[in-house]
Write a protein that binds this ligand. Structure first.
Ligand SMILES: Cc1ncc(COP(=O)(O)O)c(C=O)c1O
Length: 391
């Protein structure tokens, strides 16, 4: 017996239950077609909603930034200073989001880990949608705050739960904007009304809303026209923006506070100048045109309508995130593997990312997809879905 034998046992258990994640190796850039495990496949997995991950303008901005600033930030911003590029990105993001101010982090995950413990602690309560992203859950754990989970996208349940705790000292309601595994949209209008009634702070994670929802992809707050009514917005640069990084948008005093209290900001180096320059180019492109956002929605409507006609259950999606519901994790994995063999890369998602028994193939639509390729992929979904008795 070795003291680390439990790891082998745990890995075996994951394999037996179909929950072991097989990470494919991608060679070359992101796009509609990629090379994964040495095979050319149609890519239905990435969050590259608008194709920015390999956009020529973003790439040349990153290359220029390397010439000017080099490759590494050398230390955390509070100690070694911050580049003017980082500040420019924060200024442009604030304009894009219609917020007073923003502060950037290394990732969306870090943004959640920074803001939640800075806002709430042991004496306080977080009201959290039961399907909120793992980074929100971990942010709450770090904050050592009490968490009251309310039913997914259910304002009545939120209202009842917050009413029961109405005398709590500080109350924070947190929701994903677009739920990353369901594709549905939080009832933000109702959440804001409840927050106003009970004097609660509001926070929305817009990771899958920006570049997708609202005018020209300005996100969920713009989608519901709630500017100035949501206290904290979390964003990521790793999805529609095509790069990497995260941020918080809100009031100037909030971002000033997070620069003093957000631990990932204080104790971890910032993203590189090349990342930041590419992000600035992404924001500029989105401010200049909504053509790609419209194309994304066109592709979404096309794919989802055809899949529903075949008889696939796509849950309650309202966005380009398209869960093709399967149920059993092993069947979902088998489905995904068969798709891959035909040249369609669409990943199976199981526990713990979604509940046990709710495994699915998660299809992510992108503006880079062509209708012809989508039609071809749908054909394979239909063939394999019939063979496995799903449709
Ligand atoms: C809702 C939500 N928040 C945060 C994140 C983390 O973003 P990042 O990849 O920038 O860390 C994700 C990504 O999976 C997400 O879906």
């Amino acid at each position: 017996m070795n003291k680390l034998d439990f790891i082998t046992e745990e890995l075996e258990k994951l394999k037996e239950s179909g929950l072991f994640i097989n990470i494919r190796t991608v060679e070359g850039p992101q796009g509609a077609w990629i090379t994964a495990d040495g095979k050319k496949v149609f890519n239905l997995c990435s969050n590259n909603y608008l194709g920015f991950a390999n956009d020529p303008q973003l790439k040349s901005s990153a290359q220029k930034a390397i010439e000017t600033y080099g490759v590494g930030p050398a230390a955390v911003r509070t100690i070694a200073g911050t580049t003017n590029l980082h500040k420019e990105l924060e200024r442009k993001l604030a304009i894009f989001k219609g917020a007073e101010s923003t502060i950037t982090f290394q990732s969306g995950f870090c943004a959640n880990l920074a803001v939640i413990p800075a806002i709430v602690g042991k004496e306080d309560i977080v009201f959290s949608d039961e399907l909120n992203h793992a980074s929100i859950i971990d942010g709450c754990r770090l904050a050592k705050t009490r968490v009251v989970r309310y039913e997914h996208c259910n304002p009545e349940d939120l209202q009842a739960k917050i009413h029961a705790e109405k005398d709590a000292s500080r109350k924070l309601i947190i929701t994903d904007g677009v739920f990353s595994m369901e594709g549905d949209i939080a009832p933000l209008q109702e959440i804001v009304e409840i927050a106003e009634k009970y004097d609660a702070i509001t926070m929305v994670d817009d990771a899958h809303g920006e570049g997708v929802l609202g005018r020209g992809g300005r996100g969920i707050v713009d989608h519901f026209n709630l500017h100035g009514k949501v206290d904290i917005e979390v964003g990521t640069m790793s999805k529609a923006f095509g790069v990497v990084g995260g941020y918080i948008a809100g009031s100037k005093r909030l971002t000033d506070y997070l620069a003093q209290k957000g631990r990932p900001f204080l104790f971890s180096s910032a993203v590189t100048a090349a990342d930041v320059a590419a992000c600035i180019a992404a924001v500029d492109t989105l401010i200049a045109s909504d053509v790609l956002v419209k194309q994304l929605w066109q592709n979404t409507g096309f794919f989802q309508e055809k899949m529903r006609q075949i008889g696939f259950n796509l849950g309650n999606t309202k966005t380009p995130i398209t869960p093709v519901m399967i149920g059993d994790a092993r069947v979902a994995k088998d489905f995904s593997q068969k798709l891959f063999e035909e040249g369609v890369f669409a990943q199976a998602i199981g526990y713990p990312t979604v509940s046990i028994g709710k495994a699915r193939i998660r299809v992510m639509l992108s503006a880079t997809h062509s209708e012809e390729d989508l039609t071809w992929a749908i054909g394979h979904f239909e063939k394999i879905g019939m063979a496995l008795g799903i449709v």
